[in-house]
Structures are given as C-alpha cells and as structure tokens.
Write a protein that binds this ligand. Sequence first.
Ligand code: GLP
Length: 264
Amino acid sequence: MKLVIRPDAESTARTAAHLVAQAIAGRGGAGVLGFATGRTMERIYRALVGRHEAGTLDFAAVRSFNLDEYVGLPTADPRSYHSYMRQHLFGRVNLASDHVHVPDGMAADLAAESRRYEAAISAAGGIDLQVLGLGETGHIGFNEPLSSFASRTRAVTLTPRTRRQNAAMFGGELDRVPPRAITMGVATILEARRLLLIVTGAAKAEILARAVEGPLTASVPATALHLHPDVLVLADEAAASALSHRDAYASIARHDPEIAELPA
Ligand code: GLP
C-alpha cells in the first residue's frame, strides 16, 4: 500500500482523476473502471468531466462497474446511485449506456442479481482500477463491519451509522434511508487489478488511521486492502491528520518514482 497526502480535497481529486485517466489510457482507451459514490467522489467526477470537456479524456471504449446500490429504490429515484452516477458522470461524458453497470436494487431475486453482476465483471475481463471511498464505519462499498474478507456481491444490511451518514439525501432522516443494499463483496473488490482509496475531510481522520495503520480486522472492512498488492490511498491533510507514519509517507512522496511524478 502506498499513501499519498495532498493539501486539500481539490488537489486530491485532481490526482485521482489523473490516475483514472491513466487506467483508461493503459488499456488503449478501453479501461474497465470500478466507480464509487458519496460526496468525496463528486469532486473527482467533476475533474473527470473537466478533462472530457477539454477533449483530453474519451470514455467511448470505457466500461464501468459501480460498487453498490440501495435495495428498493427504482433507478429513476433521484436518491438512487443510478441517479447519482447519471447526474455526476454518466450524463456528462460519452460513456455508452450499455457499457455502464450498477447493481439492480429492484431485482426480485437479489441473490440472482448478485451472481449476474459478478458474471458481468468476469465477462469484461475484470476491473483494471477500482475507485473506493471510506465510510465512517470503515466500510468499502457497503461492506459494513464483520463483512467477510471472502464476501462476494450480495445483499447486506446497513448500520445505523452509515444510514445517518447518508441521510442528507433522504431529508436528513435515518429512517428514510433504505436499510438494505446490494454491494460488491470484499473479495470482489480485492480482485480488481489496482485499488484507489480516496479519503478527504477531518471527519474521516480517525477511521482512516484505523483502516491503514491498524490491525487487519473484519471490524474495519477497509483493512482488507492490505491483502491486495497494488493499493494507492489518496488523502487530504485533514483526513491524514491522525496518521502516525507521516515521515514514511513523506519519504515515499519524494523517492518513489511513480508517486513523485503524480500531479498535485
Ligand atoms: C456510501 C458508499 C460508499 C462510500 C461512502 C462514502 O456509503 N456506499 O461506497 O465510500 O458513501 O461517502 P462520503 O464520500 O459521502 O463520505
């Protein structure tokens, strides 16, 4: 795992957009991307849209797979992750509609939908770069504490803390946030060729420190990222404020050729 610290959320998003663009270019334009949702990602999608509008990023051959979706929200519901992705990215770049994949939280048979989703990822040849955010509970995707590190795409129950974290989209009321979701599993995520975890803001400082510097534990699902050989963590100063090994990260920033060359 390599940890990269940027001064603020905007600079973090620019670096993240560069890495996404690199993953697309690395496949001759036909990269397979794993996308995440949440407020942290909004800046990154803005940066990607900016590159597309400037004519430097073409999504025509890109295929994408989102991590998760609420159970019971129709795709047209403005609070669904289908809508989120249309609003922030899919509706603003030239990603073909048959190239984008988001789990169907309205499926009558969620186990069958989960199997279908896994098969679609395999049929695409796997994910080149999976972008991840970090939940306050330490979740990646919607893999809440005690999610098995061997878990695959499946329906899960959200913790009250996560529902509270995401309540803004639901009139601020926890009870209006769907209690269930369908998410790629921890093992599904770990199969992507490269992982990019992006964490910004002081509210994430404590959980980021537990996720990257704490012991491997199912109580903090993001610690499973240590089982993957190619993980980049991008954090802004606010989110990095509780980390212990700052001198090590500063040294990587100066001497690791890939990290030193990343745009800030
Ligand atoms: C939701 C998503 C997660 C994401 C998290 C972070 O819970 N399911 O994949 O990591 O939001 O949210 P935010 O960026 O708003 O803090």
